[in-house]
Design a binder for this molecule. Structure first.
Ligand SMILES: [Zn+2]
Length: 247
C-alpha cells in the first residue's frame, strides 16, 4: 500500500478542503532549513532536506493528524556567504515569510503548528521573536499553539548516546551520518577532510533519524494533549505584563 499524502503542495485544493473538513490535519509542520556550504563533502541542501524528511516521517506516523507545509529552503546564512553557492535571506525578510506561512496554516484551521528547524542559524532569531508570535496568536486566534524546535534538540539525548562529537555540528559526524543513511548521493565520501565527519556512518545516521522522528512525534503528541499550553501562560504572566497592551 502506498503512503498517504502529507505534503500540502502535492495535494489539490479539493483534497485539502475535504481532508480538513473531515477534521484531518489539525497539526501543521513547517520545515525550515538552508542552502549553504556543508564543507567539502556534503551537499548544500542538507539542512532543508533533513528537516523536511523528519517532518514527513512524523506526519506519516501521526496520519491523518498532521500535514507538512512549505519547506523553507533558503535560510539565514550570511555567515556562510563566503562560500559560493550559499543562498541567504536577511533575517527580517525570512522571519516575515515564515510568520506568513504560519498564519496561513492557522487561518486554514491548523491549531497546532510546529516549525521544525534544520539550520542552527535560525534558533537565535526565532527564539528572539517567538514569544511575540505566540502572544499574537493568544490575542487573535487563541486556539493556535505555535512551537519552534530544531529536530536535533528534540532528540539530543538519544543522539548524544551514539554521537562521539557535538550534536548537531556542521557537516560533521551527526549530519554526515544522517545523509549517509537518508540520501547517500549527497555525500562525497572521497572528499571528507574533517576528522569529525570521518566518524560518520550510515548505521549511526539511522539511529539519529529514528530518534529525530520518534521525538518529533512525541513532541507533537504533547502539543495535541495540551502539555505545552503552560508555555503560553508562563510567557504571558512572567515576561509580559498584560497592562503593556494598554499603551
Ligand atoms: Zn547543516
Amino acid at each position: 500500500m502506498s503512503e498517504p499524502e502529507v505534503n500540502v503542495q502535492k495535494m489539490t485544493r479539493r483534497e485539502v478542503r475535504e481532508a480538513m473538513g473531515e477534521g484531518k490535519f489539525k497539526v501543521a509542520i513547517i520545515p525550515t532549513g538552508a542552502i549553504e556550504q556543508h564543507l567539502e563533502h556534503l551537499a548544500m541542501e542538507h539542512d532543508i532536506r533533513s528537516s523536511t524528511w523528519v517532518a514527513q516521517q512524523a506526519a506519516l506516523k501521526l496520519y491523518p493528524q498532521a500535514i507538512v507545509a512549505v519547506p523553507m529552503s533558503i535560510g539565514i546564512s550570511e555567515h556562510h556567504m563566503i562560500h559560493k553557492g550559499t543562498l541567504s535571506a536577511k533575517p527580517g525578510s525570512w522571519m516575515t515569510i515564515l510568520f506568513d506561512a504560519i498564519e496561513c496554516m492557522a487561518r486554514h484551521g491548523c491549531n497546532q503548528i510546529l516549525v521544525l528547524n534544520g539550520h542552527g542559524g535560525h534558533e537565535q532569531p526565532v527564539y528572539g521573536i517567538l514569544r511575540q508570535w505566540q502572544l499574537y496568536f493568544q490575542n487573535v486566534m487563541p486556539d493556535v499553539n505555535l512551537q519552534f524546535n530544531s529536530y536535533w534538540n528534540l532528540s539530543r539525548a538519544e543522539a548524544e548516546e551514539v554521537c562521539e562529537t557535538g550534536v548537531p555540528g556542521h557537516a560533521t559526524e551527526y549530519e554526515t551520518s544522517m545523509a549517509l543513511h537518508l540520501f547517500p548521493e549527497n555525500v562525497r565520501t572521497d572528499a571528507i577532510e574533517d576528522p569529525e565527519a570521518r566518524l560518520a556512518t550510515a548505521e549511526k545516521g539511522q539511529k539519529f533519524c529514528e530518534a529525530a522522528v520518534a521525538k518529533t512525534v512525541e513532541y507533537i503528541e504533547g502539543m495535541l494533549s495540551g502539555r505545552f499550553a503552560e508555555i503560553k501562560a508562563h510567557v504571558m504572566s512572567k515576561d509580559l505584563d498584560p497592562r503593556v497592551w494598554d499603551h
